[in-house]
Design a protein. Structure first.
Lengths: 324, 458
């Protein structure tokens, strides 16, 4: 079997500037033109080092009496012989080289897949992505506008929209960058479209929840379920974006997304608690919403029924007297 | 306390100022005394006054000579630091050396008998330990027992006197030594839950618990509060006399006084809430709704409109409150009922934007008004229930009822009830009823009656 050794000459930033495939040993490395691997760095000798193989096939890098010697890792120690096992990075003077035996295995290829699944058409259609983002921006603008009640609220609403768009762009940008690193795919608009799709869904869900709480207030189970749905939407977003930046399988992506969402939510809750504690010393928030619906469609109790149901509050605070 | 601050509650504010004054640290008192001493040193010690002029000066010196010896200084001492926590005044009311003073002078001791002790300093400068043997928290009175005979004492008997009669108030203002203040009797305050005498004269902090007497030495009332500008208030002698009888008949050990306070407050709220909002509550029209106003003579109501042209909405406020709070401690008073209506209307906002405003106001009525989630030494945190309610008058409401319990006064609660009128596109009415120091059942009854008072105007 032919013995193959590959020497990669690295550039300043660690990129491969030259790759030489050696099939005959010993092979020389140096600045001289007759070297098998020519390294043009002034700190490299004309004949600096050579790669040899013994009877058993073990590879060694030997110094040929060079001025600057051979160095490995952060050490400045000049070595005369180095065993070449697997992949070894050495320095000859200021030049960095990576030497690898040809029988060294390489990692499996990263699948270069186009997005699959139900959202594939969206991510493959620029028009649909633009429409999603546009719809999201319009809806967030509308939400901010209808939530404002100051005179001349326009400027403030515009500022909020710009800030929100910037935040989604940063989010999509972070994912794009991760994709660039892992699968060499930037896909900024795909990340943006996915993000805005979930923003749209969250806005719609938020409105549904708000009206539901207005019509049937104080349903803690419903509020918890509402929170779970919102969390599920965020999990779906992160899982989809993981699909764009990695070759992870669906189950694994969802698991990672759940962990990330839980961690984010936990941090947000802690931050919120800390902020509230500092600012207000812990207050009972009144979370009720008032929605513009005619009185005839609003289910309501009689006063007596309402008052009857407040009995539980007495038990609650009486218990606090005993426990605090 | 989450109660909206208002400068109108003059008695309450006056009381707080007064109580704060009582708590003047000793160092301040020394400084003040020095300042006075310096000022007086610059004047001739014996101003040239002719005997005739001295006679024209009236009867005050005679009153002072005769009765000052029956007035004492009362000090509450924090046992650990050995320093004065509160100083006030008192006066002997029995031959056996019982002293009448204000509850708010000795409230620290009543609430934490293990941390404080009380003593009196008589006119001769002799200090004696005293114990509290009875309190009347509603009228702000306390009886102390000194265990030694009094050099002289006032008898507490009912008196009827004419408005304008000259009265003399005695006490120990701000640690400066005993002082006498002249003033006039101006009858009982109208529209208060419990009686108070209006005394026109400058009672000062530290004179709390001292007597206000006639020329002949008959006690008219016990100094209790001021709102400045010579408006001072006295607890009528009848209440002091009632408490004295009770305390002498059955002296209470100090560690059971707090339970007495709780029982008294429960009894008190039962009496004044019995008919409140019960039937035919007076109402006013706000935005097409009849809403309750001044449900009893002991309430005061005020109104105002926001005329801020830069806002795309208008608001009108209507506020009613009892004046009669009950002092519990330096930072806690109870027994206040108040309610506020806030009408919001708009022409400039669409119904969605209006409801965003309405929701925001519903959640944060009254600016810094907050419901503490966490309790403290005296109160638990608030717990709330939210619901939709159709009132008897066909008005659909969003309602929130929040309550917290008094930890040391079993059976007493603070409650906050808030409602928002629903179903109108560009009109909203918020209303908040706050009740402090009430039983839970009474809080519920008040809510039922309060909601019943809301109706659409025909």
């Amino acid at each position: 079997m032919e013995r193959v050794v590959v020497v990669e000459v690295l550039g300043r930033r660690g990129e491969v500037s030259q790759r030489v495939r050696l099939t005959q040993l010993p092979a020389t490395i140096g600045r001289g033109w007759t070297s098998d691997v020519v390294v043009g760095d002034p700190t490299v000798d004309a004949a600096h080092a050579r790669i040899v193989s013994d009877e058993a096939g073990a590879l060694t890098l030997e110094d040929l009496g060079s001025v600057n010697g051979i160095q490995v890792g952060p050490s400045r120690e000049k070595l005369t012989r180095i065993a070449l096992n697997g992949l070894v990075t050495v320095r000859l003077g200021r030049a960095a080289l990576r030497i690898v035996s040809g029988d060294q295995p390489v990692p499996p290829a990263i699948p270069d897949h186009d997005p699959t699944g139900r959202l594939a058409w969206l991510l493959a259609t620029p028009g649909a992505m633009a429409a999603t983002i546009a719809a999201g921006v319009v809806l967030i603008g509308l939400t901010f506008w209808l939530g404002s009640y100051e005179a001349k609220a326009g400027a403030g609403v515009a500022g909020q929209v710009v800030a929100f768009v910037a935040a989604t762009a940063i989010w999509a940008g972070i994912w794009s960058f991760a994709g660039r690193l892992s699968v060499h795919q930037f896909r900024f608009w795909q990340h943006g479209a996915l993000t805005w799709l979930v923003v749209l869904a969250l806005l719609v869900w938020n409105t549904v929840e708000s009206y539901a709480d207005f019509l049937a207030p104080g349903q803690e189970a419903a509020q918890a379920a509402g929170g779970l749905v919102a969390g599920g939407l965020v999990v779906a977003l992160i899982a989809a974006q993981l699909g764009l930046v990695s070759g992870l399988r669906r189950g694994r992506r969802i698991a990672v997304a759940v962990v990330l969402t839980t961690a984010f939510t936990g941090l947000a809750v802690l931050a919120g608690k800390a902020a509230k504690h500092d600012l207000a010393g812990g207050t009972v928030p009144i979370t009720a919403t008032l929605e513009p619906l005619p009185a005839s469609v609003i289910p309501a109790r009689s006063v007596d029924d309402f008052v009857q149901r407040t009995n539980a509050l007495k038990q609650g605070v009486d218990r606090l007297v005993k426990t605090e | 306390m989450p109660w909206p601050e208002t400068s109108r509650r003059l008695t309450a504010v006056g009381r707080q100022v007064f109580a704060a004054g009582c708590r003047l640290p000793a160092a301040w008192a020394v400084l003040l005394a020095l300042a006075f001493g310096v000022a007086s040193a610059q004047r001739p010690r014996h101003p040239a006054v002719t005997p005739a002029a001295e006679r024209e000066d009236g009867q005050t010196p005679a009153v002072f000579r005769r009765f000052a010896g029956q007035v004492v200084k009362v000090q509450v001492i924090e046992i650990r630091s050995g320093a004065k926590a509160v100083t006030g005044s008192g006066f002997f009311v029995t031959r056996g050396g019982h002293v009448m003073t204000n509850y708010h002078v000795v409230s620290d001791l009543v609430r934490k008998p293990e941390r404080y002790r009380a003593e009196l300093i008589d006119s001769a400068g002799v200090t004696r330990p005293v114990t509290v043997i009875g309190v009347d928290v509603v009228h702000d009175l306390a009886v102390l027992a000194s265990g030694q005979p009094a050099p002289g004492w006032f008898t507490l008997e009912p008196v009827t006197i004419a408005q304008g009669l000259r009265l003399y108030s005695l006490g120990h203002p701000a640690d400066l030594g005993i002082a006498i203040v002249e003033g006039t009797f101006n009858g009982r305050l109208p529209h208060t839950l419990y009686p108070r005498i209006h005394f026109t004269g400058s009672i000062n902090p530290g004179m709390s618990g001292g007597p206000t007497i006639t020329l002949a030495g008959r006690v008219i009332g016990v100094n209790v509060a001021t709102s400045g500008n010579q408006q001072s208030f006295l607890v009528p002698v009848d209440d002091a006399s009632a408490l004295l009888r009770r305390a002498l008949g059955a002296p209470r050990p100090v560690d059971s006084l707090m339970a007495d306070v709780g029982r008294e407050l429960l009894h008190y709220q039962e009496s004044y809430l019995a008919t409140l909002f019960a039937d035919s509550v007076p109402t006013v029209d706000l935005g097409g709704l009849r809403v309750p106003t001044r449900p009893a003579a002991f309430f005061n109501c005020w109104g105002e409109s926001d005329e801020d042209e830069t806002q795309p909405y208008e608001s009108v406020h209507h506020y009613c409150s009892t004046d009669d709070d009950v002092f519990l401690s330096g930072d806690e008073s109870t027994g206040i009922i108040d309610f506020q209506h806030d009408l919001l209307t708009t022409d400039a906002l669409n119904t969605f934007r209006f409801h965003a405003l309405y929701t925001n106001r519903f959640r944060s009525l009254g600016g810094d008004w907050q419901l503490d989630a966490e309790g403290d030494d005296d109160l638990t945190g608030y717990r709330c229930r939210t619901d939709n309610v159709r009132g008897g008058g066909g008005v659909t409401l969003k309602t929130v009822f929040c309550v917290r319990a008094y930890k040391k006064l079993p059976g007493l609660y603070d409650a906050v009830f808030r409602l928002a009128v629903l179903g109108r596109p560009r009109m909203g009415l918020l209303s908040t009823l706050t009740m402090s120091g009430v039983s839970f059942a009474n809080a519920q009854t008040m809510v039922r009656r309060y909601v019943g008072a809301f109706r659409w105007s025909e």
